[in-house]
Design a protein around this ligand. Structure first.
Ligand code: U2F
Length: 613
């Protein structure tokens, strides 16, 4: 069985003085989802161990590279020498530093630059490995072209005039996998590790089969791959998994899936971590929570107060986030639990308000004009109030200084007619009887969207009497975002709880990112993270990490567990919530890359022990 997290990875020693390490991932300088977080957050720890013997390799996309990449003209090291060799062969290769903490060396390869060779690349994949690439799928074209470039680069790197060190190449996910079968076929002197962060087929099957885990042992992989029209990608993934010296995945949960769907048992499990920065003083967390909660308040006031106000001091912010996989990410269970929570809060006469955010990615035409307009008008009201405040302040001071009776004058008299009228008018035109929209953008698939369908059919549509309000934001949050104007980490800090009761989740970064910021989180026992937490940190479970039991349980049962937990949480006092935030933050230490890169070292050590050919 796999070298799981229970193995003694502490003992792993990899000789960095006679090795070079390259890590290849589609998300180097190119954020798509969670693999970006893995690679990026791990950089400081990798640099600490490997220094300039470490280099990342990813695809070159001009738009992303402009923001994340800085070229260098220092070609003195082996990676630089291999880059020059590639350029002499006529390839477009970018070399420099990734502009993230740790500033690692990075090689970016432009897939489009070898599109004229795609015919030959596809032919070789078919001829050598029986991997067909029919049609003209742009992603497949990109990954196969990138695979060709990556293989060529690594073959330059291992040339004796470039380095006499052992070269280790660590590939993440199927998109960079196509280089692997060709490197093995051409007997390249390189140690290969392949890590899958989910199996392609697993993702598709879980999305479509409510009994995915029961049926896993009897899946006909080829038949299903053809059925979902992903035969090429699945075959590339299998070729990468089978071709690697060391095969790995991110959790025991996914190891089981690999056994049945890829037919190779992972040699080692590489749990995901974060670059955890802990504050010495715990109140720092509370201060930051307050600061970013205030920013979320601004959005909430603009969005809801136009229709009706509620007490912000008695409001709790919950959220879920991640790629739009309705069942896999547990959006379905979350919505059902929220509907039940809404009912229970009303029945119990609880006066608090819960605002639940769904932060995900779905195609949209634009931000809802009404939502934007409300935000703009609230800013105008704020400006009016500031102007009035200034005017009153000045006149009040004069009145106070010249006062003879020491009585507070009627403040209203200090505001001139212009501001009084403007105040009335802006408020009048802002206030509306319409309900606050549950979605912030005009969705392309408004009629068929599953979140919207649930909200409409269960009448969870931000009625004034609802204790649970919904904001569905079909785009990731970022500082350039017109509605939130904050980055994702800040948004997480401003919330009270993250809710992620996934059905299919190889690891699941989002709850971990919450606890690292002192925000309690819900996960599930079907996610790699939840499973790890239950196995390793029993005493921590319950201290702000709530694991919904979904394994062999019904949907209704899972929704009830979640509703119970949320209902308990909304009844906590502010003091209880502060105590919980402090406790949960301390459990994040376990997931610092400083502790978890030992599993990577173990993988590299195992790779070095294998015969290379
Ligand atoms: C797999 O990938 P996923 O893409 O499904 O990854 P998640 O673990 O759900 O991570 C989503 C990331 O998106 C980020 C957030 C997470 O790191 O910080 N994000 C953001 O930047 N801005 C936003 O507004 C909202 C989210 C797999 F399915 C997972 O189980 C694994 O955890 C992951 C890595 O191994 O790979």
């Amino acid at each position: 069985m796999a070298e799981t997290s229970n193995n003694n990875a502490n003992a792993a020693k990899v000789n960095t003085s006679n090795s070079l390490l390259t890590e290849l991932a589609w998300e180097v300088c190119n954020q798509v989802g969670g693999i970006y977080t893995v690679i990026r957050s791990k950089v400081p720890s990798m640099i600490q161990t490997w220094g300039d013997c470490y280099c990342l390799i990813g695809p070159y996309f001009h738009h992303n590279a402009q923001a994340e990449f800085e070229p260098t003209d220092d070609y003195s090291g082996p990676f630089g020498q291999a880059v020059l060799k590639m350029r002499n062969m006529g390839f477009e290769v970018h070399y420099g530093h990734w502009l993230v903490t740790g500033n690692p060396l990075v090689v970016l390869l432009n897939p489009y630059s070898v599109y004229d060779r795609l015919g030959q690349i596809k032919y070789d994949l078919w001829h050598h490995h029986h991997i067909p690439t029919p049609g003209n799928d742009d992603l497949l074209n990109q990954v196969e072209a990138f695979g060709y470039l990556a293989k060529t680069f690594l073959q330059q790197l291992v040339q004796p005039d470039v380095t006499d060190k052992n070269v280790i190449a660590h590939f993440h996910e199927w998109m960079v996998g196509p280089a692997i079968p060709e490197l093995r076929r051409e007997r390249t002197n390189i140690r290969i590790i392949f890590t899958t962060h989910a199996t392609l087929l697993g993702r598709y099957l879980a999305m479509n089969d409510p009994s995915f885990y029961d049926n896993l042992t009897s899946v006909n992989w080829l038949q299903e791959a053809i059925h979902f029209n992903i035969e090429t990608a699945v075959k590339l993934e299998r070729a990468a998994a089978h071709g690697a010296h060391i095969f790995s995945t991110v959790s025991d949960v996914t190891a089981r899936e690999c056994m049945f769907l890829l037919e190779r048992i992972p040699d080692v499990i590489l749990p995901n971590g974060l670059n955890i920065q802990r504050f010495i003083a715990l109140h720092e967390h509370q201060n930051l929570h307050q600061k970013y909660k205030d920013k979320i308040h601004q959005f909430v006031m603009a969005h809801f107060f136009q229709s009706y106000p509620f007490d912000l001091d008695q409001t709790l912010y919950f959220f879920t986030s991640g790629r739009y996989e309705y069942r896999n990410k547990g959006f379905d269970v979350t919505l059902e639990a929220l509907a039940r929570l809404n009912y229970r809060m009303q029945q119990a006469g609880i006066k608090k308000t819960v605002v639940m955010f769904f932060i995900t990615k779905q195609p949209y035409h634009s931000v809802h004009p009404g939502v934007l307009q409300s935000r703009v008008m609230m800013e105008e009201i704020r400006e009016t109030c500031v102007a009035i405040q200034k005017e009153i302040g000045k006149k009040l001071f004069y009145a106070a200084a010249s006062s003879t009776d020491f009585k507070l004058p009627a403040l209203r008299d200090f505001v001139d007619d212009y501001w009084q009228l403007r105040y009335r008018r802006t408020l009048q035109s802002w206030k509306t009887h319409n309900l606050p929209s549950v979605v912030t953008h005009n969705l392309v698939n408004d009629k068929t969207d599953e979140i919207l369908h649930f909200l409409r059919s269960s009448n969870l549509v931000n009625n004034a009497h609802d204790r649970v309000k919904i904001v569905y934001h079909p785009d990731f949050v970022s500082v350039t975002n017109p509605l939130f104007a904050m980055d994702y980490g800040q948004f997480v800090r401003g919330c009270h709880m993250g809710v992620f009761p996934s059905y299919y989740e190889p690891w699941g970064y989002t709850p971990l990112e919450c606890i690292a910021r002192g925000v309690p989180a819900v996960t599930s026992d079907l996610s790699g993270f939840g499973d790890y937490v239950m196995g390793k940190m029993d005493e921590k479970v319950g201290k702000g990490i709530f694991v919904v039991k979904r394994r062999n349980r019904s949907f209704d049962d899972a929704a009830n567990q979640l509703a119970d937990y949320l209902f308990e949480y909304v009844q906590y006092s502010q003091r209880d919530r502060i105590a919980l935030r402090n406790q949960v933050e301390s459990s994040s230490e376990e997931f610092d890359w400083k502790n978890l890169t030992r599993y990577y070292n173990k993988a590299y050590q195992l790779a070095m022990e294998k015969p290379v050919f």
